[in-house]
Design a binder for this molecule. Structure first.
Ligand SMILES: Cc1cc2nc3c(=O)[nH]c(=O)nc-3n(C[C@H](O)[C@H](O)[C@H](O)COP(=O)(O)OP(=O)(O)OC[C@H]3O[C@@H](n4cnc5c(N)ncnc54)[C@H](O)[C@@H]3O)c2cc1C
Length: 400
């Protein structure tokens, strides 16, 4: 049988992160949602604990954490801020700063990453465009050489952290086409600073949830690209993006599990003290069986999440094939948001009318987790396509 335990270090890490989250994040969760901002004290506190750019190399102030450890933090942060906003702030940066660190140019990393690990810069991801997010090969943004300079034109939309990048500075790992005729083999990643760059115009969307972190768009009109912004090799961007998605999706799934765990805890407390027809409603099978089903699914999702995190770590140790990692990660990202949403919805129903009010924190969880059911870091049907592809083989994909 496999060993399902965390290491002593990981248990201690969880305890430390939980203590911080319970003290600094949980009491501010409603404020984060209402003011649509994560207070600096939270961001600075997370940085002090080594959570910002948690997988980044120590030379830039990172913790060089493995994926399992980084997933623990995502789970704990979402338990404390059930809206998932703070977890999103953490996890987007965790996944994409890792890729930036791995493939970015040293002179650009030296400028950005030490600030990121101090909580003073943003590192995000920008692949989606107004015309679509799932079909990356269909994207329109181009980077062309004009008079010896790289010039960007296009638009990215539904991008997390646009307001944060304008506030703190930093970069969005922006996927662009450098050889459009080659489809996904002709894409390049640019670590693009949207703050202060000539030719970039930003805008913000009004989301329904995870209000503490922004979603926005940016248009690039003849933006001149500094060579140092180009990440890794030209035309390898798609592959770096897929690698980053495998890392970030694990943390997405972990955050959904964390939010669902918190909801279940709140729900169990409530059904023990709420009475109807003279007894606590926890005594009714109508409630208890639903609790049993939801707790079991949550445990299953959690196992998938940590197996996926473990698979990522095994991959980087050279002990697992990328196709297996793809499959395990997609399975975790497929079910964790959907089951978390379903669980939170049921726990809201246990609360009766109170569950529908803003006095009860559960509605923040429902709105937050929905972003991941819709598809932030990849739509659910895309997870199904990945799982099908890895089970049946690429020859059974409906398109190449
Ligand atoms: C809150 C939020 C934050 C986000 N942050 C970021 C970010 O930071 N960076 C970024 O780049 N993107 C971000 N996104 C965008 C996200 O990556 C996209 O929403 C996602 O990739 C899906 O793209 P789309 O919304 O254009 O939907 P589409 O690709 O247009 O898909 C629409 C629907 O069709 C389904 N579909 C598409 N293709 C197929 C197929 N072949 N078979 C079956 N069904 C299919 C999808 O599952 C979906 O339900 C964010 C989205 C949200 C909601």
């Amino acid at each position: 049988m496999p060993d399902f335990s965390f290491t002593e270090e990981q248990e201690l890490f969880r305890k430390t992160v939980r203590e911080f989250c319970e003290k600094e994040i949980e009491p501010r969760a409603r404020e984060i949602d209402e003011k649509a901002e994560i207070p600096d004290v939270v961001i600075k506190g997370m940085a002090k604990l080594g959570l910002m750019g948690i997988m980044v190399s120590s030379e830039y102030g990172g913790s060089e954490a493995d994926a399992v450890t980084a997933a623990i933090a995502a789970e704990e942060i979402a338990r404390a801020d059930i809206s998932c906003a703070t977890a999103v702030y953490y996890l987007v940066q965790a996944g994409w700063s890792y890729i930036f660190d791995k493939y970015g140019k040293p002179e650009w990393k030296e400028e950005i990453l030490p600030k990121l690990t101090k909580g003073e810069a943003w590192v995000g991801i920008a692949t989606t465009e107004p015309g679509g997010g799932s079909d990356l090969a269909g994207m329109k943004t181009t980077m062309k050489k004009v008079d010896g300079k790289w010039i960007l034109n296009g638009e990215k939309a539904y991008i997390s952290g646009v307001r944060e990048a304008l506030k703190y500075g930093g970069v969005h790992m922006t996927l662009v086409k450098t050889a459009p005729e080659l489809g996904h083999r002709g894409m390049t990643f640019v670590a693009l600073p949207i703050k202060g760059t000539k030719g970039i115009e930003t805008s913000l969307f009004e989301d329904m949830g995870r209000m503490g972190i922004s979603t926005g768009a940016f248009k690039m009109d003849n933006v001149e690209v500094d060579e140092k912004w180009i990440v890794g090799e030209l035309n390898r961007g798609f592959y770096y993006a897929m690698e980053g998605f495998n890392v970030a999706r694990v943390f997405v799934a972990a955050a959904c599990v964390g939010a669902a765990e918190k909801a279940l805890e709140i729900g169990m407390e409530y059904i023990k003290q709420r009475t109807a027809f003279g007894v606590p409603i926890a005594k009714y099978e109508g409630i208890q069986f639903n609790l049993a089903d939801q707790a079991t699914k949550l445990e299953a999702a959690k196992l998938l999440v940590y197996r996926a995190a473990w698979a990522v770590d095994q991959f980087y140790k050279g002990k697992m094939k990328v196709s297996d990692v793809n499959k395990y990660v997609a399975m975790a990202k497929l079910v964790a948001p959907l089951w978390a949403f379903d669980l939170i919805k049921d726990v809201m129903i246990w609360h009766g009318a109170y569950g529908y009010t803003k006095e009860c924190p559960l509605e923040m969880g429902l709105r937050g987790v929905m972003s991941y059911c819709i598809g932030a870091e990849g739509a659910q049907n895309i997870m199904r396509i990945i799982i099908g592809r890895e089970l049946l083989g690429r020859e059974y994909m409906p398109y190449k």
